[in-house]
Design a protein around this ligand. Sequence first.
Ligand SMILES: [Zn+2]
Length: 200
Amino acid sequence: MRWLKAEEVLGSRCPICGEPLDQPGICSRCAAELRSERRGNLVYLGNYRRLKGVVRRLKYRGGFVLARPLAKPLARGVVEAGWQVEAVTAVPTLWWRALSRGYNPAEVLGRALAAELGLPYVRVLARRYARSQTRRAKDQRAALRAGVFFVRRELPYRRWLLVDDVWTTGGTFRAVERALRAAGAEAVYGAVIAAGKRPL
Ligand SMILES: [Zn+2]
């Protein structure tokens, strides 16, 4: 009865094409068609409009069945880029959010990606709580964001692949990249499921 259980949680339709699922997660046709695209230091699987159903489902408990079909094409993109990353980590979520959800979707994807690449996944980052940012001016928001991420242990590697679910403006990525570089990282590359129209 495992399949019924997954179906209850995830719905019976493919989050990309909307057709009935022939396997858990993503239908076999869409899974086979997933290719990574690359812009600068970022690999991603497509634009947000096409992939927002996938991004949403990964946030629900049980959404981790999606991690592997997403990680496979992303891993190919990372290898083809020739970045020579040494370890994988994910943009951290707030601890209470991870606690209420049971997991951090970016970390679930990051661990699947590390497994595909044969690299270690290392939890090195943490995130401070910052008050609601909706009333703040844009440059103040950026300054605030830069301070909310920090490295919580000595970095055991120098070349990192940073994983998140979505790339919107790149502000989060740059803030985490600054924290990693300040702690001694020499290269930081990114992998996400979906990116906005112009990712970089
Ligand atoms: Zn499909």
